[in-house]
Design a protein around this ligand. Structure first.
Ligand SMILES: *Cc1c(COP(=O)(O)O)cnc(C)c1O
Length: 410
């Protein structure tokens, strides 16, 4: 058997070190348990299992069938869904599978404008969703909130085949019941994409779209805290069509090692600790929002109900890209992001997006978040002051030492 390549090993160690020494406030990232890591790094990566449990195109799938059945049963239980497909390799793929199930090229989709917080698979012009379908975007009002009357008006005017609810950068609760009613009133399929908020949904901290949507997609690696991947949940009547769309429609063999990681993450999510974790995520975000706003950053909608916030950094004389770089310099990771009605271009926007799922997994509580947030605003307010910068870096060093990451991993 070949031995580990020194260059790859070095890079893996370097990334572990970067994660240990830094604090991640990227809203879409999280930190999985060692058990999820080991499932994803397991021998299941050696298996081919095109098909579904009990009907595979390959032999030797007795164990794989049990793994996938376990993941399916747990996903259904977590979401209270009639059917779950746990094979999609990513959130983007799950959405394409749903489009492939219900739409023909040229059909109309009513979805959230990317500039307002939507996802690229909801109709970016250069994404397959924007190329193959006719996109009608809805935005947010002057305060940053979804305007449901506007969504209803656009639905009536354009009569789309599909309406997508869900976002990548929306700090408030989404009214899935309203979306469901609007979709029903025009005979549209309602797809709820809860990639970001799934962890809050399954713990009852955000209303569930399951009763109000024909189909629900979510990633498993954001607030769900599982391996990179996605699942599709739907009503029984759509089950066969969704399964066919995933395989053989757009995917070949499933990633069985990742499905084992999903089953492990779902087991973790079914425990009471997981609800306590999600509650802490929300509390931490609220504390961060308060400190940032007290120091001049302007948050879209004036705050947050969930795990993330969108901060306009122009009041500090910065751009999103500059703020991202300044924070990276002291080991704090965020991403530059458009803010609603942003006058600046997507690659050089006015804001940053911040989220608390990863730092909460690490163990930070309100007090630690307040300390971290203060260090951030001090550094962002006086970017040229070296002693302030040093102080911010020191705060990160103290916090990362207080909350060590994967202490037994080499
Ligand atoms: C992250 C995200 C996705 C895509 O997930 P990938 O796994 O990166 O493909 C889809 N929809 C929304 C709303 C997201 O935020």
């Amino acid at each position: 058997m070949p031995t580990p390549d020194p260059q790859v090993s070095k890079l893996l160690r370097a990334e572990l070190q970067r994660q240990r020494d830094g604090l991640t406030l990227i809203a879409s990232e999280n930190i999985v348990s060692p058990a999820v890591l080991s499932a994803v790094g397991s021998v299941l990566t050696n298996k081919y299992s095109e098909g579904y449990p009990g009907r595979r195109y390959y032999g030797g799938n007795q164990v794989i069938d049990d793994v996938e059945r376990l993941a399916i049963a747990r996903a259904k239980k977590l979401f209270g869904a009639e059917h779950a497909n746990v094979q999609p390799h990513a959130g983007a793929i799950a959405n394409i599978a749903v489009f492939f199930t219900f739409l023909k090229p040229g059909d109309k989709i009513l979805s959230m404008d990317l500039r307002a917080g939507g996802h690229l698979t909801h109709g970016l012009r250069i994404n397959i969703s924007g190329k193959y379908f006719s996109i009608i975007p809805y935005g947010v009002d002057a305060n940053g909130y979804i305007d449901y009357r506007e969504v209803a008006r656009l639905a009536k005017q354009h009569r789309p085949k599909m309406i997508i609810s869900g976002a990548s950068a929306y700090p408030r609760e989404i009214d899935f019941a309203q979306f469901g009613r609007i979709a029903q009133s025009v005979g549209a399929i309602h797809l709820a994409d809860i990639a970001h908020i799934a962890g809050l949904v399954i713990t009852g901290l955000h209303p569930s779209p399951i009763p109000h949507a024909d189909v629900v997609t979510t990633t498993t690696h954001k607030t769900m805290r599982g391996p990179r991947g996605a699942i599709i949940l739907c009503k029984k009547i759509h089950a066969a069509a969704i399964d066919r769309a995933v395989m053989p429609g757009i995917q070949g063999g499933p990633l069985d090692h990742v499905i084992a990681g999903k089953a492990q993450a779902f087991a973790e999510a079914l425990k009471p600790e997981f609800r306590r974790y999600q509650k802490q995520v929300i509390k931490n975000a609220a504390v961060m929002a308060e400190v940032l706003q007290a120091h001049g950053l302007m948050l879209s909608t004036g705050g947050t109900d969930n795990h993330l916030m969108l901060a306009d950094v122009r009041p500090l004389g910065l751009t999103g890209a500059l703020a991202e770089k300044l924070l990276e310099d002291v080991g704090i990771y965020v991403n530059k992001n458009l803010i609603p009605n942003d006058p600046r271009p997507p690659l050089d926007p006015s804001g940053i997006r911040l989220g608390t799922p990863a730092v909460t997994s690490r163990g930070l509580k309100e007090k630690d978040i307040a300390v971290l947030s203060h260090a951030m605003v001090q550094h962002l307010t006086r970017p040229k002051n070296l002693s302030v910068k040093k102080q911010a870096a020191k705060t990160v060093a103290i916090l990362t030492k207080k909350f060590p990451l994967y202490p037994t991993l080499k």
